[in-house]
Design a protein around this ligand. Structure first.
Ligand code: ADP
Ligand code: MG
Length: 294
């Protein structure tokens, strides 16, 4: 017997590097009219490198100590930023200290107890209370350069900041241009990162619609807003922070290689080789299969 068109399309998609979890999903992919992307680990490679270490005068903590405390707190983290901090400490020859009572809040950051001190590493929005002071001046300076900035707080007080930068995946601009042509709508960027870091990646890949500083729940609201305007929305993401929005989208698509288990489980489809060029190919494949189904 010949295979039904949607099942044949699933088999073809899997050869191209996209795992489509059901025939219904395979069919719905062709109906997508709006694609939204997460930034870190989705448009970018998700292996950022540490570019800056800034300590705050008065905290009594030097660069190596700041990195050591941050790395200890980040060690259990699966987040690309956490892995980058741990890698940077190892490369700098800073010994990894034991940490206890690890906590992690998606879209915000991590915390742990390191040698009796409470260490938190996370977004400026989460860890700096008011909008002024020397800590904010450093954050603004680092963000100006288009970097991701995380604050290190020790025993409740800001001790310093780390700047991190990630590379855009190769071929993203071309894949997005093809998606725009297929769906008729330019893609949207939804990120928890700061507006300047978002803007610098967006400019590199040709995205002009940007929502930055979003918590996981804000990404859900953003998806719902797109849906309320009549769009059939696909969201592409990789992190635990993207899981609620992946579930809210008509079609949730996860990045397979570096994606978190939660994102992979929640998504309707998984890009197994992390090549975004496969996305327009699979939408076109779905449309051909849909024409054959009727
Ligand atoms: P994105 O939407 O770009 O994938 P996330 O929602 O995962 O980003 O994170 C948003 C912000 O929260 C980060 O830019 C960072 O400031 C902070 N953050 C999240 N996880 C961590 C972590 N493990 N360590 C430090 N900061 C973190
Ligand atoms: Mg991400």
């Amino acid at each position: 017997a010949t295979m039904p068109p949607l099942l044949a399309a699933i088999a073809t998609a899997s050869r191209h590097g996209v795992l489509v979890k059901s025939a219904v999903v395979m069919e719905q992919l062709g109906a997508v009219t709006q694609v939204a992307f997460d930034k870190t680990g989705t448009l970018t490679e998700g292996s950022p490198h540490l570019t800056q270490v800034r300590t705050l005068p008065g905290a009594g903590i030097d660069d190596d100590e700041l990195l050591a405390l941050a790395a200890a707190a980040e060690n259990p983290s699966e987040h690309p930023l956490g892995r980058a901090v741990v890698r940077a400490a190892r490369e700098a020859g800073v010994p990894l200290r034991p940490a206890e009572e690890f906590t992690s809040a998606p879209g915000r950051g991590v915390g742990a107890r390191v040698q009796g001190r409470r260490v938190e590493v996370g977004s400026p929005a989460h860890l700096l209370r008011d909008g002024r002071g020397p800590a904010h001046a450093v954050v603004a300076d680092l963000e100006q350069g288009g970097q991701t900035v995380v604050v290190v707080r020790v025993d409740g007080e800001p001790a310093g900041m780390l700047g991190l930068a990630d590379r855009v995946r190769p071929g993203v601009a071309a894949a997005l241009a093809r998606l725009t042509a297929l769906t008729g709508a330019p893609p949207v960027l939804l990120t928890g990162d700061n507006p300047q870091a978002a803007g610098s990646v967006a400019a590199e890949v040709g995205i002009t619609r940007i929502r930055a500083g979003l918590l996981p729940q804000d990404k859900v609201v953003a998806v719902h807003e797109l849906q309320a305007s009549g769009a059939r929305v696909a969201l592409v993401g990789d992190g635990v922070n993207d899981a609620p929005a992946l579930a809210a989208a008509h079609t949730g698509i996860a990045m397979g290689r570096a994606g978190s288990d939660l994102a992979l489980d929640t998504a309707d489809a998984v890009i197994t080789r992390d090549e975004l060029a496969t996305l327009p190919a699979v939408i076109a494949l779905s449309r051909r299969a849909r024409r054959l189904v009727v």
